[in-house]
Write a protein that binds this ligand. Structure first.
Ligand code: ZN
Length: 62
């Protein structure tokens, strides 16, 4: 289990796998940061994913 903090607010989430945290984050962004998703360009989405992969790898085990 790892802890991952939202990039756009103080919320943090815990998940077992990369797939799990992605679906949690997706739901959270759809609900709380919808404009972040809808305003992001493809390039920004790509950068978000790259940052996410890096941060998930180094996320703290709990
Ligand atoms: Zn958030």
């Amino acid at each position: 289990m790892k802890t991952f903090k939202c990039y756009d607010c103080e919320s943090s989430f815990q998940a077992e796998t990369r797939e799990m945290i992605l679906s949690i984050l997706y739901e959270h962004y759809m609900k709380n940061h919808h404009s972040v998703i809808s305003n992001a360009s493809d390039e920004e989405k790509k950068q978000w994913m790259q940052q996410f992969e890096k941060d998930w790898q180094t996320a703290e085990e709990v």
